[in-house]
Structures are given as structure tokens and as C-alpha cells.
Design a protein around this ligand. Structure first.
Ligand code: ADP
Ligand code: MG
Length: 365
């Protein structure tokens, strides 16, 4: 039984500017009803990839397919308006001299039942009574919703969105993200959304494609990319990290927190054990020995509090470790603000530690 082809398929896309590969053999499939976030730091080639998918720019090599049909390769290049693709960019770029309803109707052909579709979409984005207003009479969030309605009006098979929420203030953003996601899911489009913010990708994406220097380094669900990152840089993209350097002996490595498995690393090699502040455990000093070792946490090690800050949902506690003077950060949910100098015991959630090839001991403690 053959499966339906992906709505949008980028295959081995490369884009060269002035001799530099800003997109480097990028391959990605986006299925109907699925949101994929292209996530990466500024300048890594996200917008270029999206413009190539839209057809407003042409790749140096590689091909673009829609519904299994080649729409751009070395021989052919379908223009953007023929691609059944909805576009939403950072600047909403509504037409200032057109009303809200006229903006939404803009992409619809004359033969379509325009008034009905416009009414339906404005109701969908919560702007049923705004049809006669003009863009300058709307807030940023309302403008964003008009732009969404306009992009969705012709029922595109694919939605391409480039940092569409970055113009909104932070409090509004989460609400609009959730609303937008619900509408996109309802419409069943294949969505490729570009962002440089990991929180946005975690919130919106079914799958995150993590990009670095023109390449995709990992594609995974938000849960998996957070909990099984491919390398130290990928891990560090999603949160602060504690990094402990250690040497390998017999496929394991001995640390003040006990032994860790380091399969695939050679004897004598350095590894970096990375752990998020959320995955450190803290316990009070009871009797001076610390809590008993366990399978989940291994050996506990002692440190002294250097700083503790309340961050809202959680507290961030920094400790200087007795054994090597290194400072580690632990996030504790709720309010936990021990005074500087307080002795505390620390352990690592062992199933949440990542062991990566290392470059040797750091001098950052
Ligand atoms: P991102 O969206 O991830 O921030 P872009 O795709 O916009 O990255 O840009 C990737 C790289 O390509 C950057 O170094 C940028 O300066 C370069 N670039 C983008 N567009 C052009 C262009 N038209 N001409 C030359 N270089 C470009
Ligand atoms: Mg960009």
C-alpha cells in the first residue's frame, strides 16, 4: 500500500549566495495537518528555505515537490501564485487602503463566493464585526489575525509562516499562537513555520527541525528534541545547561555524582555530561552524609548556595560544589530561596543526562 505523498517536500535544497552555501542540502517533508517548525539562530538560512518553498526565490540545486509533483528543479520553476501556498511574514503587510474584508478577499478569485468565505474567516479569527475597519484602526494582534485570515482565504494546501508572531507584544503572543494553531489544525494545511525562539517551536510544533549553518541537524518532536538532543549545541539551544567534563575508562566515566555510561567513547577521551537545571535534584544536609545513592539519582554531592532567585514558576538556585568549586544551577519549582552559604546536596536525574564528546576540562567554574 503506498502512502499519500507529502504536501510539501524539499529535497536536497542548496542555495548559494556569493559562493557561500546559506542553505546546504536541506531535505524536509511536511504532511497535511502537521506543523513543522524550522528552528535555528538568526542567519542560519531559515527564511531563505521558506522563500524557496514559496517560489519567490529559486534554489541553486535540489527540488521542491507539492503533493508529489515536482514544481521546481533545474528544469522548471512554478511561480508562487500557482502553488496553493499561503504566506505569512513578520511584517503583516496588510494593504492600508483596503478594508479588513477587502484585505481578506484579496487572494480569492472573482468566481468564488467571496462574501461568505470572508465572513466565515473573520468569524473564525474572532473579528466578525471588523470587516469595514481599516488596518490602522486595529491593534497589532488584530492585524495579525487579519493577515492569517487573508492567507487562509483561498484554502491553501501549504502555509508558510516566517516569524509571524515576533511583531506582537509578549503577553498577546501566547494567546494568538494558540488561536492560530487551532485554526491551522482545523484547516488541515501543511504548515512550515520559521522561528528562532525555542519556546515558540515547543508550543506550536508537531515536529521541530533544528537548523544550524544551512543544515538541518535534528528533526524530532518537541519532547524528543528536548530530552534526546543530538549534540551539546542542540541541547543548549533549549535551556541553560550544566556541563561536567570527565574522562572515559572502559565505556564509563567516574564523576562526583557517580559512574555514568559512556558507550562508544574511547578510553582516555573526554566527555561532556550535560544536564538541564530542571533535572538537578536538591536535598538538605541531614547529618552531613547526604541522601543515600539511588539508581535514579546516583551519588549525591555537596555544595553551598551562592545565589537563589525567584523566576515566577520556579526558583533558580546556584551552588558552588565542594569537590571542584564548579558552580551548578538547579531549577526548583515554586519558591525555594535558601540563603547564600547554605549547604545543600545535589544529584542528577541520571535518565536526563546527556553524554557528548568533550574537549576536556573547562575553566568556567
Ligand atoms: P534566517 O532567516 O535564518 O535568519 P536567512 O535565510 O535570512 O537566515 O539568511 C541566511 C544567510 O543568507 C545570511 O547570512 C544572510 O545574510 C544571507 N542572505 C540572505 N538573503 C541574501 C541575499 N539576497 N543576498 C545575499 N545574502 C543573503
Ligand atoms: Mg529570517
Amino acid at each position: 500500500m503506498s502512502e499519500a505523498p507529502a504536501r510539501l517536500s524539499l529535497q536536497e535544497i542548496t542555495r548559494i549566495y556569493d559562493g557561500i552555501k546559506v542553505v546546504d542540502r536541506l531535505s524536509l517533508d511536511v504532511e497535511a495537518g502537521v506543523v513543522i517548525c524550522l528552528l535555528g539562530p538568526s542567519g542560519c538560512g531559515k527564511s531563505t528555505s521558506l522563500r524557496i518553498a514559496a517560489g519567490v526565490e529559486r534554489q541553486s540545486s535540489g527540488r521542491v515537490l507539492l503533493g508529489g509533483r515536482v514544481i521546481s528543479d533545474e528544469h522548471c520553476h512554478a511561480p508562487p501564485e500557482t502553488r496553493s501556498v499561503g504566506l505569512m511574514f513578520q511584517e503583516f503587510a496588510l494593504f492600508p487602503h483596503l478594508s479588513v474584508a477587502e484585505n481578506v478577499a484579496f487572494g480569492l478569485g472573482p468566481d468564488e463566493n467571496r462574501a461568505d468565505r470572508v465572513r466565515e474567516l473573520l468569524a473564525r479569527v474572532g473579528l466578525a464585526r471588523f470587516g469595514d475597519k481599516y488596518p490602522h484602526q486595529l491593534s497589532g494582534g488584530e492585524q495579525q489575525r487579519v493577515a492569517l485570515a487573508r492567507a487562509l482565504a483561498p484554502r491553501p494546501h501549504v502555509m508558510l509562516m516566517d516569524e509571524p508572531f515576533s511583531g506582537l507584544d509578549k503577553r498577546l503572543r501566547d494567546e494568538i499562537r494558540d488561536e492560530t494553531l487551532a485554526i491551522l489544525k482545523d484547516e488541515g494545511a501543511a504548515v512550515l513555520l520559521v522561528t528562532h525562539e525555542p519556546e515558540e517551536a515547543m508550543r506550536m510544533a508537531d515536529q521541530i527541525a533544528l537548523m544550524r549553518e544551512g543544515r538541518i541537524v535534528q528533526v524530532a518532536s518537541p519532547y524528543n528534541i528536548y530530552n534526546t538532543p543530538v549534540d551539546l549545541e542542540a541541547a543548549a539551544f533549549f535551556s541553560e545547561l550544566n556541563v561536567i567534563s570527565s574522562r572515559v575508562h572502559g565505556a564509563q566515566t567516574d564523576t562526583p555524582f557517580g559512574l555514568f555510561l559512556a558507550p562508544g567513547h574511547e578510553d582516555g577521551a573526554w566527555v561532556d555530561i550535560a544536564i538541564r537545571p530542571q533535572h538537578l535534584r536538591i536535598d538538605f544536609d541531614r547529618g552531613g552524609q547526604g541522601p543515600a545513592p539511588s539508581v535514579e539519582h546516583g551519588v549525591w554531592a555537596r555544595g553551598h548556595v551562592t545565589r537563589a532567585r525567584f523566576m515566577g514558576g520556579e526558583s533558580l538556585v546556584e551552588l558552588r560544589m565542594d569537590h571542584d568549586g564548579r558552580v551548578l544551577k538547579a531549577a526548583v519549582s515554586g519558591v525555594f530561596l535558601p540563603a547564600p552559604g547554605t549547604p545543600l546536596w545535589l544529584a542528577l536525574r541520571r535518565d536526563r543526562c546527556f553524554v557528548f564528546p568533550g574537549r576536556g576540562p573547562r575553566h568556567d567554574g
